[in-house]
Design a protein around this ligand. Structure first.
Ligand code: MRU
Length: 348
């Protein structure tokens, strides 16, 4: 399963707003269409939007080269438009910065056509490295499960949310293959239902037993000892180990603490924001009222009601048992280990 694919000409995206009813890919020939797809959540999940934006830069660079436009100022505007799409997942900014670093090295010395080739190679590398990281993460994360375990997950941190294989669901896939997973409980994840529409579908495709619950059932499922672990993805991890992820993750972490259940986070190093000390500084996306007042296009709340619709929340590091990355499993205290990774990577 691929959330996105580059064919040398255009970016093919699996329309995640149509799942699970339709499995349809559409082509983006223009960076503006990529930006729109990120904004509309046709492509979503932190690593997937990073990779999509990287190819968006390639499409923008190609347009500038073909039109003989002023290359560098034009590319800055393309990057800016892609940066404006969604504020919380740091992978978006990480991928755009990585692409712009290549452009700034090449464009003063080489033609726009040559710079374009270097940009395409970089975007292909961003995508390939994401899949490699997920497979490494899966190997490390599966070791956390020593006996047959029922796990609960929130939102979708699977192949759909990445270039391929997934972070939290990648670990579940690997642990399942090793005979260590008995069942996955998937929170439906209101308001946009990534758990019901995407996680349940993705796991069923592979024959991994999945039980769908509404978000308010998680506490009771834990109380009845129906799950022994929680594993989720992340949109941004700060220097102290605080984790932004889909709204509702924080509530699940509090419930897991209360019931003595380990709470694991899985994310590639591209999800770490080494410039932010704690979760308090993470910008949280707020989305439109209609996502809360309507369900499947049908109005479920009175006209004119006030709505608060944050798309993400922050789980404090104290509630997290371990963070799994491609570099291994981080155990608390996280700040020292994250500082070490930052040093190894030469800062960001
Ligand atoms: O709003 P979304 O669907 O993009 O939110 C996605 C999540 O919160 C995921 O859990 C996160 O991006 C990790 S994906 C590997």
């Amino acid at each position: 399963m691929q959330s996105l694919a580059w064919n040398g000409q255009c970016l093919q995206l699996l329309d995640q707003t149509a799942l699970p009813v339709k499995t349809e890919y559409f082509a983006c020939h223009d960076y503006r269409r990529v930006a729109e797809a990120i904004r509309r959540l046709e492509v979503r999940g932190a690593p997937a939007i990073g990779a999509a934006a990287a190819f968006g830069i390639v499409l923008g660079a190609r347009e500038l080269a073909e039109n003989h436009s002023d290359f560098w100022p034009g590319l800055l505007a393309v990057a800016d438009e892609l940066r404006q799409t969604r504020p919380t997942a740091v992978n978006l900014f990480w991928a755009i910065d990585r692409m712009m670093a290549v452009a700034s090295r090449y464009s003063p010395l080489f033609s726009p056509e040559e710079t374009l080739l270097a940009l395409e190679a970089e975007a292909v590398a961003v995508a390939a490295e994401d899949e490699q990281s997920n497979r490494l993460m899966a190997g490390h994360g599966a070791k956390l499960f020593t006996e047959k375990t029922a796990v609960l997950t929130h939102c979708n941190a699977g192949a759909l949310a990445t270039v391929a294989f997934g972070t939290a669901l990648g670990i579940i896939r690997q642990a399942w293959a090793e005979g260590k997973i008995s069942r996955v409980f998937a929170d439906e994840t209101r308001p946009l239902l990534q758990g019901a529409r995407l996680t349940a579908w993705e796991l069923m495709q592979e024959g991994i037993p999945v039980t769908l619950i509404t978000d308010n059932m998680a506490g009771w499922v834990m109380k009845r000892q129906m799950v022994q672990a929680v594993i989720v993805g992340a949109d941004r991890i700060t220097l102290n180990g605080d984790v932004a992820n889909k709204i509702g993750t924080y509530s699940v972490a509090v419930l897991a603490k209360e019931h003595g259940i380990p709470f694991y986070v899985a994310a590639p190093l591209s999800t770490f924001d080494f410039s932010i000390k704690s979760g308090e500084d993470i910008p949280i996306e707020e989305r439109g009222d209609q996502e809360v007042t309507c369900l499947g296009g049908v109005r479920i709340a009175p006209e004119g009601v006030d709505v608060f619709n944050p798309a993400f929340d922050v789980t404090p590091h104290a509630l997290i048992t371990a963070i799994v990355t491609e570099a291994g499993v981080l155990l608390p205290p996280f700040d020292e280990k994250i500082a070490k990774i930052r040093l190894e990577k030469g800062g960001k």
